[in-house]
Design a protein around this ligand. Structure first.
Ligand SMILES: Nc1nc2c(ncn2[C@@H]2O[C@H](COP(=O)(O)OP(=O)(O)O)[C@@H](O)[C@H]2O)c(=O)[nH]1
Ligand SMILES: [Mg+2]
Length: 471
């Protein structure tokens, strides 16, 4: 084990949000969080590993049980502060009812810095003053964190005054809402609690920043690759006789749409991994557009191109834009999805030749000789639907605090439909780029598509950065 890795012990009273703060700070969702106080009885250390290297470690503790007794004993001790801490530890080890206090003092005795967590919503009590005073006397580098556990900040000002007596650095940090910026600000503040740590923490912060930027570019890369694969996807099947056409068409359509859904899931899982959401079964907010199927009318209406963009795009390069635009335009209310639904499901509903043509042109369905082919995608709207869905997914992953576990009961307002579409204000230049990308995806290895993919990735990096800084 490498030495000289800074360790931070998270201390405080039980049930104040210690484990939640740690989980969010360390971006580790394997940290145990419980609504019941006293469930943690031993310490657990969580390393922060970036690019295979441990850069920092956090230790979760059970919380103080008998701060009054510890303080009284400490005050009776003599000698150097180091000696007194050793004696205090020995004292705590000697009494069974001080087992948890002993446990939480152990990382402090081995040199860990201290983050002391309080719940800013409740008033200050005697025991809190005992804890704070003990930590002050022990004299190790320490900062206080006011966690806004109950979203109620009535007592925060009083906490601030009290904490100022015992800590040289105090920060508010909401374990359920904090994102990248708040985490970074807290690490920045840790620099100031001990001179010896300044350099170490500057290094830690640089690694964290670099890693965050890498995640953004990796996400853009993953999304771009997924877009290329989806747009270029081509499936075909033989037609034995004319009567089999409907059936083959339905089967192939089903395979095509589920293949794209699978590609999307793979891409999104990779993004989820980049942001270190591992343990939990992440459910998207109930009203998220991501709960819609990719090929649903609602998805296409909300996430596809706007009418104005269609016109813009149509005027860009005349014939070069071609069928994709016409078909996209049809997608807006001309029964295209009825047709698509019919292709996928109720074959009996397939009457008019026209309906079939809409669906066929959307998916790029062609019959040549005795073969039926679907893809590459014929409507540029698909590109925008897929981009928007990935942006939404990314937004959830990048902004979700690891300490927050109420996945199911998100009390989010209904998704604002105007912000659901991240591309609706993309100007002509960006639409042109998308058009190049879309049209060349048929030949993913071509020079043209490679160049378009580089531009797409750049555009996505910019967009992803905006998504995480918007908050
Ligand atoms: N709403 C809200 N609840 C929180 C927050 N931090 C902790 N909690 C809840 O408070 C309870 C105790 O949290 P935990 O982190 O296990 O506290 P610990 O005992 O100090 O480690 C859990 O039910 C958490 O979900 C917060 O920032 N906001
Ligand atoms: Mg805990």
């Amino acid at each position: 084990m490498e030495t000289n890795i800074p360790e931070i012990a998270v201390l405080g009273h039980p049930n104040e949000g210690k484990s939640s703060v740690l989980s969010t700070l360390a971006e580790d969702d394997s940290v145990r969080i419980s609504p019941y106080p006293g469930e943690t009885t031993t310490c657990r250390t969580f390393p922060v590993i970036i690019d295979g290297r441990e850069i920092l470690r956090f230790t979760d503790t059970p919380g103080f049980q008998n701060p009054g007794r510890l303080l009284a004993h400490y005050r009776s001790l003599t000698g150097s502060t180091e000696q007194k801490l050793r004696d205090l530890l020995a004292y705590a080890a000697s009494a069974t009812d001080l087992a948890e206090d002993h446990e939480l003092l152990t990382p402090v005795a081995r040199g860990a810095g201290i983050i002391y967590v309080v719940n800013g919503a409740r008033p200050i009590r005697h025991v809190d003053r005992d804890e704070m005073e003990l930590l002050r006397l022990i004299g190790k580098p320490r900062m206080a964190v006011i966690n806004s556990k109950d979203e109620d900040s009535r007592s925060v000002d009083r906490w601030k005054d009290e904490l100022a007596i015992h800590f040289n650095s105090i920060r508010r940090f909401n374990a359920h809402r904090a994102g990248y910026r708040e985490r970074l600000a807290l690490l920045e503040a840790l620099k100031s609690i001990d001179q010896d740590w300044q350099q170490t923490f500057s290094g830690v912060i640089a690694v964290v920043e670099q890693n965050w930027n890498n995640r953004i570019s990796a996400s853009a890369h993953i999304i771009t690759r997924f877009l290329t694969e989806s747009l270029g996807l081509k499936l075909s099947a033989g037609l034995e006789n004319a009567a089999a056409e409907h059936e083959v068409r339905a089967r192939l359509t089903e395979r095509y749409t589920s293949r794209i859904a699978t590609l999307e899931k793979q891409a999104h899982d990779q993004i989820r991994g980049l942001f270190r959401h591992r343990r939990f079964d992440y459910r998207l907010p109930p009203r998220s557009i991501l709960n819609e199927e990719i090929f649903s009318e609602r998805s296409w209406q909300l996430l596809g191109l706007s009418k104005n963009q269609l016109i813009l795009l149509g005027g860009l390069s005349g014939g070069a834009v071609g069928a994709g635009i016409d078909v996209a335009a049809l997608g807006h209310g001309l029964g295209l999805f009825t047709a698509l639904g019919a292709v996928g499901g109720a074959l009996g509903a397939l009457t008019g030749r026209k309906r079939l043509d809409y669906a066929s042109s959307l998916l790029g369905i062609k019959i040549s000789g005795a073969r039926l082919t679907i893809g590459p995608a014929a409507s540029i709207s698909l590109l925008f639907v897929l981009i928007n869905r990935s942006l939404h997914y990314f937004e959830h992953m990048a902004n979700w605090s690891h300490g927050r576990r109420d996945y199911q009961e998100l009390s989010q307002p209904p998704e604002d439909q105007s912000i659901a579409n991240h591309t609706s204000d993309w100007p002509a230049a960006q639409l042109k780029l998308c058009n190049e990308f879309f049209r060349s995806a048929e030949n993913p290895e071509s020079e043209k598509h490679r160049a378009a993919a580089v531009d797409m990735e750049t555009l996505l990096v910019k967009t992803l950065l905006a998504v995480v800084t918007q908050r």
